[in-house]
Every structure is written in C-alpha cells, then in structure tokens.
Design a protein around this ligand. Structure first.
Ligand code: CMC
Length: 391
C-alpha cells in the first residue's frame, strides 16, 4: 500500500540493506567490508579480496587454500561451449559474447540453478569463479584466431588468467610481474561498488530466484553500456579521436559543455561521487608507474592528463562536481598490458564478478523479496475499443 513516489534513476531510493561495501560520495571514501580501497589495492591479492567480499572476512591461509582449490576443481568449461564460441562472428563485441557464454553455462550446469542451501550456493560460486576466466580468455582469443586452451592450475588465480589470455602457441609463457601486479590492482579496484546499475541488475534478476549464472549474465549486459562499464572503452576511443584530430583538448571540452551536442567527456562524472573517485586517484598513479616500469611512452596518457587539468579548472565541471571516475585512466593501463580496446569492459566484468556474487549471495541469504518497483501511470484514461474498419 502507500503512495508511490517517483524517483527516476533511483537517485535517492535505497533498494536494500547491505554489509558489503561502504561508499561516501561526498568525502570520496570506498571500503569493502570495512577495509579501505587504498589499503586493499596496495596490500591484498584479488582472490583474497573476492573471499572477503563474498564471505565477509579476510580468509586465513587455510581458508584461502581450500577456496582456491575448490575453484581450480571447477575450472574446466564443457567442450561444447567452445563450439558456441566458435560460432560467433569475429566482429562480435566481447561483452555480448561473454554474457551469452555466461548464460549458456546454466545449460551445462543445471545443478547450479536451484540453490536452496548455503552449500548449493557455495558450489555455484566456486564454479563460476573457476569458469569465468576461461570464458574471458576464450572471448579474447577467438577474436585473435588463437587456440582456446584451458588454464594451468599450478598457477595463482591472477597468473593463470594472464597465461590463459596471452599464451602463444608453441612458445613458453613468461610471467611479467609488472603486468601481474597491475592486473591484481585493477581487479581489486573494480571488485565492488554497492548498488550500481549492473549490481542492482544482478540482485533484481536473482530476486526472482533465477540462478546465479543467469543473474550474472544480466549484470554483464548492464555493465556493457557506455554510461556504466562501457565507459572504459569509450574513454580510450575518445582519447584516440582527440589524438587523431591533432590533440586539441579544448575543442572536446567545448563539445562536452555544449547542451545541443550529445557528446560527454567519457570517464568524467559519477552518480554518487561528488568529489574525487578514490579509485581514479589510485589508477592514475598506477598508470604512471606501469607505463614507466614497462618503458611505454603513450601520448594518450598526456592527452588524458591535459583533459583532466582543464576539466578540474573549468566552471562547468566544477559546478556540476564532475571529476574523473574509475574508467578515466584504467584503459591506458589495459592498453599498456596488451589488452585490446574492446576487451576493456570484459576486464571490468572479471573484476566485478566477486562483487556481483557477494551481492547476490547476501540478497538470497537475507531472503529478500522479489524486486518490483512501482510507477506513476501517465497514459490514456479508459476508452472503448474501435474496430479496424472504423479507425
Ligand atoms: N560530460 C559532460 N557533462 C556531464 C558529464 C560528462 N561526462 N557527466 C555529467 N554531465 C552533466 C550533465 O549533462 C548534467 O548537466 P545539466 O545539469 O546541465 O543537465 C549534469 O552534469 C549531471 O549529470 P547527470 O547525467 O544528470 O548525472 P547522472 O548521475 O545521471 O549520470 C554518469 C552519471 C556517470 C552517467 C554521467 O556523469 C556520465 O554520463 N558520465 C560519462 C560516462 C562515464 O564516464 N561513465 C562511467 C561511470 S563510473 C564507472 C561505472 O559506473 O561503470
């Protein structure tokens, strides 16, 4: 009952109570289960952070070992999925492929659909954590015409991801520590962000008791959009376009401010942060370090820094509290790591996976009701049907 109030975009509507992620957009604070994002990005390992997000506490060495070993036991993807990968055209966007493959996993793992106990949930969780990196690697390799192999379970979770993505046929694979550390940091920074568009999607699909993989597949579709995770690809394409156009950042600043032009400065602005996005600060520093360590000089980084300086000093951006967000500098690091531009949002999904899982699990354990927003009807009032020959 009660009166329905309109809140388009749910700008001020809380959809749930949650113990997972704390975010203060005014102060620029982000914490997972009470631990600051700055400290986790510096000191933790992605699999540890995944455990923390999902189960609420940092794991002991023994707990982490068991978790990783259960994930490894589930790291084989049905060979028929490979045929599905093969049947996609090469020009398919990786996010569409990834969401389809994640949904297809449901068909091959029917036991993961109806989860009635915590044990069922755990099994579904280790299954997807084992199989998702394989799907990510296959999605990228298919486009590059590389063989679709399985991982190497003697490696750490992150190392295995890189090897699956980058191993070339008939060549030894050499782990690059700089790239491994950069990946670890990026995955941690993307791991959760409370009730954003994709996470709300996962919770709302899951609230109908659709299975975990189906809920995640919906989340991946939500993340794909350029206003959400797709912004990381859009940022790099924008920076490339500015470079091609002679590097005139002022011209693009003017376009972003022009209300008759749909162009937005991609990687700027955030629904919740009205101060610096703390993740953007860490990523900017990491971009400098990673490019320095790898000895890469990328003119795109200079354009990005120039654009940021102009925006931070421009009344339009200042008045609207538009600061660089997580996506502004991440693509520059992904590019230095050798990841193709259209795979950037897939990397975001890889990082966000434990957050989506944690939020889905919390929603199920709390036995939340089905998500079902109301509306304010503004259409026609009652009228009578008119037969077609009378219209
Ligand atoms: N460039 C130019 N103007 C902007 C931008 C931008 N990037 N972002 C917001 N504005 C303006 C907007 O036009 C509006 O102006 P006015 O008040 O004159 O109409 C005002 O700022 C408020 O924007 P809004 O669209 O009402 O704010 P929102 O909370 O609905 O949207 C956003 C947030 C992130 C979708 C938006 O800032 C945006 O489109 N940014 C660019 C895309 C992007 O970088 N997305 C990644 C977000 S962070 C990671 C993630 O979620 O995946």
């Amino acid at each position: 009952g009660g009166v329905t109030t309109l809140d388009a975009g749910y700008k001020n509507t809380g959809s749930c109570e949650s113990e997972i992620t704390f975010l203060d957009g005014e102060k620029g604070i982000l914490r997972y289960r009470g631990y600051s994002i700055e400290e986790l990005a510096e000191k933790a390992d992605f699999l540890e952070v995944s455990y923390l997000l999902i189960f609420g506490e940092l794991p002991t060495a023994e707990q982490l070992d068991k978790f990783h070993s259960d994930i490894k036991k589930n790291s084989v993807v049905d060979d028929d999925i490979r045929k599905i990968v093969d049947s996609f055209p090469k020009f398919a966007h990786p996010m569409g492929v990834l969401s389809s493959l994640t949904s297809a996993l449901t068909a091959f793992n029917p036991s993961s659909v109806n989860v009635d106990s915590e044990a069922d949930m755990y099994n579904a969780i280790v299954k997807i954590l084992g199989k998702f990196p394989v799907l990510v690697a296959w999605t990228m390799r298919k486009k590059q015409g590389l063989p679709l192999d399985y991982g190497d379970n003697s490696l750490d979770y992150g190392e295995n991801i890189l090897k699956m993505m980058f191993k070339q046929p008939n060549q030894d694979y050499h782990q690059n520590k700089i790239i491994l550390n950069a990946l670890n940091k990026l995955l941690i920074l993307h791991a959760d962000h409370e009730q954003n568009c994709s996470t709300s999607t996962v919770r709302i699909v899951g609230s109908s008791h659709a299975g975990l993989f189906a809920s995640l597949s919906a989340g991946i579709s939500a993340l794909w959009g350029p206003l959400h995770g797709g912004a990381n690809q859009a940022v790099l394409e924008m920076l490339e376009a500015i470079k091609q156009d002679g590097g005139d950042t002022k011209k693009y600043m003017a376009k972003a401010k022009d209300k008759t032009d749909p162009f937005r400065l991609m990687g700027f602005g955030h629904r919740v942060y009205k101060n610096f996005d703390p993740r953007a600060k860490i990523i900017k520093k990491a971009a400098d370090e990673v490019l320095g360590d790898l000895g890469v000089k990328d003119p795109i980084l200079e354009i990005a820094k120039g654009l940021e300086q102009e925006a931070l000093n421009d009344p339009y951006f200042v008045e609207r509290k538009l600061y660089p967000n997580v996506d502004f500098y991440s693509g520059i690091i992904y590019r230095a790591m050798g990841i193709p531009t259209d795979m950037f949002t897939v990397m975001f999904a890889l990082g966000r996976l434990p957050g989506w899982i944690a939020q889905w699990r919390e929603m199920r354990l709390r036995k939340e009701p089905i998500g079902r927003p109301r509306q304010l009807y503004i259409g026609k009032t009652e009228r009578s049907f008119v037969f077609i020959d009378k219209r």
